[in-house]
Design a binder for this molecule. Structure first.
Ligand code: ARG
Length: 243
């Protein structure tokens, strides 16, 4: 009887410590991103992915006790990565559009930006009279691409990465490209031959975190984001990355 009791206590201790260990050891969550989007997310020379989104993700990881892993991919592969379950959430300056909401869930918006039409300096290109037949670039799968796709008489050229769009405009393969204004500004300094000044309304702005429909993290992410709004952390990071 005594040895049975000892055995039973051993089993209970083992089970309890396993449960406790699982609860205490941090889980890993994989964030999908498209690291071609300074200051939201971009690669440093060392290859490390940094930026506004990454800083927010790191703070979420700290608050919600998970280990953060980041996976870089082309922007248009992000929603498939969420629905296929290869990433746990996406932060990529992604706007919560109605179309995307059919496939994934979004947190509240944590930052609002706007877009511009990038052209070659001195080309005087506008989307007015000289536009018919023009080739205008935008990132594949982005809200900018769907907005350009709706323009009449314009040929939309979709490219995987923002860097390719900048190159396309510089080399005259594109008459212009529509990209986010803050992203454009970070490219402006190293590209004096480009004009980053013409506003372009895509109709959908703002960035939110995307999660799979069945993700258990939507509530906790929203709660942590709200806390960061209220305690000024988001404002501090906006100042740090957007100046
Ligand atoms: N805000 C746009 C969208 O949601 C473009 C985002 C592109 N993000 C990136 N990391 N390249 O479609």
């Amino acid at each position: 009887m005594k040895s049975f009791k000892t055995f039973l206590s051993l089993v209970i201790i083992t089970v309890l410590s396993c449960v406790l260990f699982a609860a205490c050891s941090p889980k890993t969550l994989v964030m999908g991103t498209s690291a071609d989007y300074p200051p939201y997310e971009f690669k440093e020379q060392s290859g490390e992915i940094v930026g506004f989104d990454v800083d927010i993700a790191r703070r979420l990881a700290e608050k919600l006790k998970f280990t953060l892993e980041i996976e870089d991919m082309n922007f248009d592969n992000l929603i498939p990565a969420l629905t296929e379950g290869t990433v746990d959430f996406v932060m990529a300056g992604m706007s919560p559009t109605e179309e995307r909401k059919q496939q994934v869930n979004f947190t509240e918006i944590y930052y609002k930006g706007s877009s511009i039409l990038l052209t070659r300096r001195g080309s005087n290109f506008t989307l007015g009279d000289n536009a018919p037949g023009a080739k205008i670039g935008a990132q594949k799968g982005s809200t900018q691409a769907s907005a350009v796709g709706k323009l009449e008489g314009i040929e939309l050229v979709e490219m995987d990465r923002i860097g390719n769009l900048i190159q396309g405009v510089k080399e005259n393969q594109l008459q212009g490209a529509v990209i986010e204004a803050t992203v454009a500004q970070t490219y402006a300094a190293s590209n004096p031959d480009l004009d980053f000044s013409v506003p372009f309304d895509t109709g959908s702005q703002g960035s939110a975190i995307a999660l799979p429909k069945d993700s258990p993290h939507l509530e906790s992410f929203n709660k942590a984001l709200r806390e960061m709004e209220e305690n000024g952390e988001i404002t501090e990071l906006i100042r740090k990355w957007f100046g």
